[in-house]
Write a protein that binds this ligand. Structure first.
Ligand SMILES: CC(C)(COP(=O)(O)OP(=O)(O)OC[C@H]1O[C@@H](n2cnc3c(N)ncnc32)[C@H](O)[C@@H]1OP(=O)(O)O)[C@@H](O)C(=O)NCCC(=O)NCCS
Length: 420
């Protein structure tokens, strides 16, 4: 790979012979060390969609110096419908070619391709908070990493009774045995919370079976009289030998179809022997676990951003989610990357729970905002009211922020359990 400054670079779709170089760029950029698996195996095990992958190629040497890809995902939107989204990932640039606009070239091309006929909404997890706002992405959901001191993790009397009253029997299972149960529980919860992603067998394998480089997860399934009602996936780390237990329970996810199973699974995780600390990287905000614990202050939490969302096509995106209240407002939207979104839109929601129609208009705007703010509000977890307080959304008609904020909001709050 050249270390000379490139005279130029081209962005184009990945070709078969680019695979090795492209993955080398990804591995180096993310600090994953030396790649041992053959490129084709990595494409398979990570379900990389070759036909949705772009590369930036150095104009002078022809080397691949940047990558961007997208997964074809399906995500629950406010209202409960599952909609296609582009799950953007693999955005990497070779260290030899950084800060020369390669990422910008990739992002612009990817958004142009999507706008020309792809999903109406793109979403991603960002390694750094300052990267994606410039391309029209906004922070659309939040998560909290938590750490619970297990010496003080008693439940409230109510939660104790709830967990004890669960009819579910807990069984530890291998991933292959658990898979039908996990899928059944996931199907049940999928439509109940925006941000939840549909999963196929490969995705379960990747997330819980060690596909992502972590050891396979322990899986405990809650079996009720009529079938599975929940599961938890976690890993335990032995503590250093000492006088008191010092192990760590790292919870990956807990999913349940009823409150009693939910309480029962948490009690199980909090009671594992030889452990002193329970962690989880991504809990919803707010987290019902805080209301099970007698002393919620023992659950140390930090607010963190989760998904960034990009509205690629205003008209189609607003027609694919439900709104909590009727709306008839004119939005003036700026979009420096996808010009078709820019301008005034009359957005009408006829009744609470309905989707929106967005039509071009010359009427006076009620609200002005950047497309990134529309993306931030899209899952209902970032309030337009808060964006207005931050001066990002500007109210042109008194009361418009309150109306829009109520309509765009959603309960329960959006949460995505897995990083893609
Ligand atoms: C992040 C990364 C893709 C940026 O690539 P790049 O080609 O250097 O980015 P560009 O030159 O196109 O810069 C685009 C803009 O982002 C800014 N920027 C780039 N990297 C940045 C960083 N790490 N922190 C803050 N700003 C950054 C640039 O200053 C530029 O700003 P401008 O539009 O105001 O001029 C690259 O540094 C990388 O591969 N990092 C490691 C992997 C990674 O984190 N990828 C993101 C995955 S979510």
């Amino acid at each position: 790979m050249t270390t000379l400054a490139p005279s130029s670079f081209d962005v184009r779709p990945l070709e078969q012979e680019d695979r090795d170089q492209a993955l080398d760029v990804v591995w180096r950029a993310f600090g994953w060390g030396y790649r041992q698996d053959a490129a084709d195996d990595v494409f398979t095990s990570r379900s990389i969609e070759a036909d949705r992958t772009l590369v930036a190629v150095d104009g002078s040497g022809g080397d691949v110096v940047g990558t961007a890809s997208a997964y074809s995902l399906r995500m629950t939107m406010p209202g409960g419908d599952l909609q296609p989204i582009a799950g953007v990932w693999m955005v990497t640039v070779a260290p030899t070619h950084r800060r020369r606009g390669v990422m910008t070239g990739l992002m612009r091309r990817q958004l142009a391709d999507l706008a020309a006929g792809g999903e109406a909404v793109a979403a991603l997890w960002a390694t750094e908070a300052s990267l994606y706002g410039r391309y029209g992405y906004g922070i659309a959901s939040w998560r909290q990493p938590i750490e619970v001191d297990l010496a003080s993790a008693a439940f409230t009397p109510h939660a104790t009774g709830l967990a004890a009253g669960s009819a579910a029997r807990l069984r530890l299972m291998s991933l292959s045995d658990a898979l039908p149960y996990l899928a059944a529980v996931h199907d049940d919860v999928l439509g109940t919370r925006p941000g939840t992603l549909a999963r196929d067998a490969d995705r379960w394998q990747f997330l819980l079976g060690g596909g992502d480089g972590r050891p396979p997860a322990e899986i405990v399934v809650a079996l009720g009289p009529d079938g599975p009602t929940g599961y938890a996936a976690y890993r335990v780390r032995e503590g250093k030998p000492g006088l008191v237990p010092a192990g760590v329970v790292a919870v990956q996810e807990v999913s349940a179809t009823d409150p009693a199973t939910h309480a029962r699974l948490w009690r199980y995780l909090l009671d594992l022997d030889l452990m002193s600390t329970l962690t989880c990287e991504s809990r919803p905000v707010p987290d019902p676990l805080a209301h099970l614990l007698a002393d919620h202050r023992r659950m140390h939490a930090r607010l963190d951003e989760a998904l960034w969302v990009r509205v690629v096509d205003v008209e189609r995106a607003l027609a694919a989610r439900a709104f909590a209240a009727p709306v008839d407002l004119v939005l003036d939207v700026t979009d420096d990357v996808v010009p078709a979104n820019a301008g005034r839109w009359r957005v009408v929601v006829a009744e609470a729970g309905g989707t929106a129609t967005a039509r071009r208009t010359d009427a006076r705007p009620d609200l002005s905002m950047d497309v990134g703010d529309l993306g931030a509000a899209h899952l209902g977890a970032t309030s337009l009211h808060v964006l207005a307080l931050a001066g990002r959304v500007v109210e042109r008609t008194p009361g418009a922020v309150a109306v829009a904020s109520a309509a765009w909001s959603c309960s329960p709050t959006a949460h995505t359990a897995e990083i893609f």
